[in-house]
Design a protein. Sequence first.
Length: 281
Amino acid sequence: MVVQQPERSRRRGGGGLTTPRTTLRVLAVVFLPWQAAKFLHKPAVGRDPRGRLLDRLTFWRAAVGLAVVVFASHEHQTVREVLGNVQDKTEQTGLYALIGLPAVFLVLLLVTRAAHRWQLLARVPRLLRRALIGFASIWSPIVWFAAFYGFATLVEGWTDTDSLLRLAVILGGIALTLFCALWSSVFLTCTLYWAARTSIWLSELHPLLAPVASVGLVLVVSGLEIHGGDTKGLPYWLWLGLNLCGLVSTLVLAFFEYRHLRSAGYRFRDGPTRLPARHLV
């Protein structure tokens, strides 16, 4: 579910009044790291029922898949080890997407009809903006650490006459630091999730790239993992079954997402803009 535009009610004089619901959304984005990551990193879904259904299915596929992996592996791996393996796989997926991005763009530019290439080039800044925000988010823990270090240095120079105020400020700074550390760790994890799920936001370049890129990435990552044969302490049959289930579920969802986008009027050769119904074959 995407963050919608703020709801406004009319006032005399033509102004706008922010509703309590909008205020709660803003507070959720500020204080809940997963909502902040969704607001910054999730591409818009739109109001189409089928598109929203596929988006929800993608989320629940990831959530239920993670729960299944944790439950199936609990006798051989701790939850921390499972989450560490998932994070490593997510980072690997994002790295492969980043490496393949220039080649994907060149191929897409070649297959797009000359009359529509300007539309493709016009969307490059959107992709770069998404990617830059994502990469900047990865460094957020360092920013918090630098801010805390500067705060500690400032407080250390205070005189003894400010002892009570200094104690209060130190305690408040410790509480704020703990909150920021927890917030940043969750936000960083969610950022990696969105980067991997969107294949480094390739849908900003062309909507059809999202399902196609996800298929290519999951085939590469899963293929290399199965070929390597590192079961990470799991029985081979369980490790292979979990990998194959993840692969098949991703392929099925990508197939239906691709069909949905094709039926909505998107074509690779005609750029990232939806074609009118009368032009669809």
